[in-house]
Each structure stands twice: as structure tokens, then as C-alpha cells.
Ligand binder design. Structure first.
Ligand code: TRH
Length: 366
């Protein structure tokens, strides 16, 4: 492993829709700062940070400075100390005069500076082939510079998954029973609902294992969809409509629940670290690319047939659904616990990113 001192990072995030762009960027910045790096987060819509990371905007988080990025209106680049590493989250396209201003070809210590595109998460096979590839700029003011692709993923040959250094310690100190008491004791299973509009949700409400469930439904799209499902809910169920909470509190909810319905990218990763039974709704794409992505994930997870059928249906594909009883739910939990162990045995995304940047800086040219 190449060594890396404290570097200055500029991380750029364009909030397209939903909360995942801000969520992933914030987790990355926080973890970089926790590893002794100095970080500026440039974000064009910091609103989700007000609840996701309550202290980030007032006073800031140690090691992270949040700055407004006027992405929609061309603005001259800021006059600031240059960065050692520039990260474009999800190909958000930083204007070239900003790249020139913030990222000179070489840092003050003579090492090449590093420009990265942090990509979306996928279990598809091409991710291993594409992770770490260079993308040389062939024209314009940045000609001769190279941007590098960094792909998160589920295998050692990818960029890995975001995981806090203190995750295991926090989980060991966490008492799910205390959490449940604090959230209104209930003796049925607890289900966290953070989804878009999954076609199979009404079906799920009727399953034998969930007749007495306590459904914790997240604000926004999940609650709007939930409102239409009320007639399908068994009388024995209980519902709590939750307010948006900080990422740490959201993580704890997933640790405390028996079944986590998650969506997009970041909450899937959190469900994997929780190690509880889960169903994942992928961000729906018009060309059904999410179905291919789901299949790749199910293959990687070696998903048992019942769980795979529910996952497919949850994502708008048809599959004969086995009843979800206590035994089936326990099987899902066992699979999730195994996946968690498999992933914990790998380096985190942060470690791989620091190693990658160190190796690029050690190379003779960008
Ligand atoms: O919000 P999302 O649907 O984001 C999506 C995906 O990232 C998708 O890949 C992307 O293409 C699309 O946006 C534009 O789901 P995701 O990724 O799980 O992000 C949600 C974030 O919100 C995550 O960081 C957890 C956080 N969160 C909280 O911090 N508190 C809460 O109360 C809730 C419900 C979520």
C-alpha cells in the first residue's frame, strides 16, 4: 500500500433528484475527514444536509467545509488554495476553468494531482473491468490531463463500499431493544420503509410474517405512496410516519428493524451493513437497465429463490411469490448476515480510494 499524508480534497456534488447524491457525497467527505484528510464539499443544493448532517452547515463538521456550488449559473472559479485531489461525484461535470483553478497538474510538493470520477454503484461484471481506468482529455484547455474512473462495487476488484471506520464499534454499542422502547414498544416485527413506489408493496403488507408489523415509513415519496396503500393494511399492523433524520439515526433504524425496505444506492449499502433482512428497490430507469443491475446483484449475492422472487417483483418484474412467513424472513436475514460478513472481509471504499490516490501520486505523470 502506498502512503498518503493529509491532502486537500475538493468533492463536487450535483443533486439530481432524491437524496442519494448528497447522501453518498456527505458520507465520503465525512469519512475522508475522519482519516485525516482536509475536504471541501461543493454542493449545488445543500438542503438535504440540514437533516442528514445537521451540524454540517452551521459551524461545519471537523475537517469538512461545505461550500455552495453555483452550478446552474456560470461563475468564475474561486480563488482558493489548490486541491491535491478533485472528485466529481457521479460525473457531475465541473467547468474546466474550475478544474484548472482548483487542480493544477502538480501539487506544491511536486506530486501529480489526482482527478477522479466517483461512479454509481453496480454489481455488473463490467464494473471490475472499468474500475481505475484512465480517461485522457484530448481537447481543450485541459488537454493532456487525465481523469480516473473510480467505481464502487461488491468485489475486491472494484472500489468497494463506503463504510465508517467505527461502524463495528457503533453497532456493538447499539441496543435494538432500547431503540425500540424509545420508538414506541411493539411486540411484532419492525419494518423500515424507504422506497419509491414499489409495485409489490401492497402484496407485502398482506404477508403472514408481517400481520402484526410496525411499519416505520420515511418522509417524501415513501409516505406519499404509503397513503395509497392504507386499505391493504391489516388491522393488526401499526404505522409510524417518520420525519427525515440524520444519517446516523437512519443507520440505527436499519440496525433495529427486522426487515428493511431500501432504495437507490446509499440505503442499500446501509442495509448490507445492518445485516437484517431487506428488499431493495433500484432507482427505476426508462430502459429497464435497473433489471439488469438487479440480476447482477442477485447473482453476486447468490440469492435464494424466494428472496430473489420478492426482489424481482419489488422492482416491477413478475415472479411467482412464495409466502413470506417467519421461516422465509429468517432465511432472508441469514443471507443478509452472510453478505455483511463477506463484505466486512474486504477493504472499505475509503481505504481503496486512499490507496488509489497514493498510487496515482507515486506515478510519474497524471
Ligand atoms: O434518495 P435515493 O433514492 O437516491 C437515489 C440513488 O442514490 C440513485 O442511485 C440516484 O441515481 C438517484 O438518487 C438520483 O436513495 P439513497 O441512495 O438510499 O439515498 C438516501 C440518503 O438519505 C441516504 O444517504 C440515507 C439518507 N437518509 C437520511 O439520512 N435520513 C432519513 O431519514 C432517510 C429516509 C434517508
Amino acid at each position: 500500500m502506498a502512503s498518503l499524508g493529509a491532502l486537500r480534497w475538493d468533492v463536487f456534488c450535483h443533486v439530481v433528484d432524491n437524496w442519494g447524491d448528497a447522501g453518498v457525497a456527505w458520507r465520503l467527505c465525512r469519512q475522508l475527514a475522519g482519516a485525516g484528510q482536509r475536504v471541501r464539499l461543493w454542493i449545488d443544493d445543500p438542503a438535504p444536509l440540514t437533516w442528514m448532517a445537521p451540524r454540517a452547515l452551521e459551524g461545519g463538521h471537523p475537517g469538512v467545509e461545505v461550500r455552495a456550488w453555483p452550478r446552474a449559473t456560470p461563475a468564475p472559479p474561486p480563488v482558493l488554495p489548490a486541491a491535491d485531489v478533485l472528485v466529481e461525484a457521479f460525473g457531475c461535470h465541473i467547468p474546466q476553468d474550475w478544474v484548472q483553478a482548483l487542480l493544477p497538474p502538480r501539487a506544491a510538493d511536486g506530486a501529480p494531482t489526482v482527478w477522479l470520477n466517483l461512479e454509481y454503484l453496480s454489481a455488473e461484471a463490467w464494473v471490475e473491468r472499468s474500475h481505475g481506468l484512465p480517461s485522457p482529455v484530448l481537447h481543450g484547455a485541459l488537454q493532456g490531463r487525465t481523469k480516473w474512473f473510480f467505481f464502487p462495487g461488491f468485489t475486491p476488484a472494484t472500489g468497494g463500499l463506503l463504510r465508517e471506520a467505527d461502524l463495528l464499534a457503533r453497532q456493538a454499542a447499539f441496543d435494538p431493544q432500547d431503540w425500540r422502547r424509545a420508538h414506541g414498544a411493539h411486540d411484532g416485527p419492525w419494518v423500515s420503509v424507504f422506497t419509491y413506489e414499489p409495485p409489490a408493496l401492497a402484496e407485502l403488507l398482506r404477508q403472514p410474517a408481517l400481520q402484526r408489523a410496525h411499519w416505520m415509513v420515511a418522509a417524501g415519496r415513501s409516505q406519499a405512496h404509503w397513503a395509497q396503500l392504507a386499505p391493504a393494511l391489516p388491522a393488526t399492523a401499526r404505522v409510524t410516519l417518520t420525519q427525515p433524520v440524520s444519517q446516523d439515526a437512519f443507520d440505527e433504524r436499519l440496525w433495529a428493524c427486522d426487515l428493511n425496505l431500501v432504495r437507490g444506492e446509499d440505503s442499500l449499502v446501509r442495509a448490507l451493513w445492518a445485516g437484517q433482512a431487506f428488499l431493495w428497490q433500484l432507482y427505476p430507469q426508462d430502459d429497464h437497465a435497473h433489471h439488469t443491475k438487479l440480476q447482477a446483484f442477485l447473482d453476486w449475492a447468490q440469492a435464494p429463490a424466494g428472496w430473489a422472487a420478492w426482489m424481482r417483483t419489488f422492482n416491477g418484474m413478475t415472479a411467482p411469490l412464495p409466502p413470506l412467513d417467519a421461516r422465509e424472513l429468517a432465511c432472508w436475514r441469514e443471507v443478509a448476515a452472510d453478505l455483511r460478513q463477506r463484505l466486512l472481509a474486504q477493504d472499505s471504499l475509503l481505504q481503496r480510494l486512499l490507496d488509489f490516490v497514493a498510487s496515482r501520486r507515486a506515478a510519474s505523470s497524471t
